[in-house]
Design a protein around this ligand. Structure first.
Ligand code: SF4
Length: 211
């Protein structure tokens, strides 16, 4: 890691980091899921050379300062070792700020925001989020629950995630479901077919590679 590709809120916290010509934002460590394959449930917060452990939740100004000149990046991507929609109000405020500066905005999400908030939040993404990448992770609820382990209080997470993807199509120009190639029991081709039936895109991912 160099000074030019990691931007820190303190000497120890990375809240914006550069990969693939994009700027990735790490705005929370909270999640609705407890994925068995997640680095943070395997005793590390390191992802592709960046330590994404947060000791506090960064605020609007800290994120804006950490990003700096948005014209340097192809995309601003909300994607940390936490679910960005857990801080939906901040996400939308930042997306609006960066959009006004000409940025393209992507959110990498678990797709469980509607379940979390108990309402359909997809209309709130309209005009602010250009692309949604949603972790589908499995072709059925049993395999999903085995790998993603939704926290208590979130029954029906798999179906809720699919419904979120379907609803988001009306408000976000690009919606993509993803699944990790090689995870036990995961049928990537079946996942691809479900995405096609929902009318959204699909992408197979590699474990521990941020995309
Ligand atoms: S949703 Fe992402 S950050 Fe949260 S537990 Fe799963 S893999 Fe980890």
């Amino acid at each position: 890691m160099t000074d030019s590709d990691a931007f820190q809120a303190s000497s120890e916290e990375v809240i914006a980091y550069e990969l693939h010509g994009n700027c990735y934002l790490n705005i929370t460590d909270r999640c609705t899921l407890r994925c068995a394959f997640c680095p943070k449930f395997n005793k590390t917060f390191e992802v592709q050379g960046y330590d994404l452990r947060l000791k506090h939740s960064p605020d609007f100004e800290q994120v804006v300062v950490a990003v700096g000149d948005v014209s340097r990046y192809r995309e601003i991507v909300f994607c940390g070792l936490g679910e960005p929609t857990q801080r939906l109000a901040l996400l939308l405020q930042l997306a609006q700020h960066f959009k006004l500066k000409g940025a393209t905005i992507r959110v990498n999400s678990d797709g469980l925001a509607n379940l979390l908030y108990g309402r359909d939040v997809t209309p709130e993404l309209s005009g602010l989020v250009d692309a949604l990448s949603i972790s589908m992770n499995a072709q059925n609820e049993a395999v999903y629950n085995h790998h993603c382990r939704p926290k208590q209080g979130y029954p029906g997470a798999y179906q809720a995630m699919l419904e979120f993807a379907s609803k988001a199509k009306a408000f976000v120009p690009s919606v993509t479901l993803t699944a990790i190639d090689g995870l036990e029991g995961v049928d990537v081709e079946a996942c691809r077919e479900i995405a096609a039936d929902l009318g959204v895109q699909f992408r197979g991912r590699e474990l521990d590679v941020v995309g």
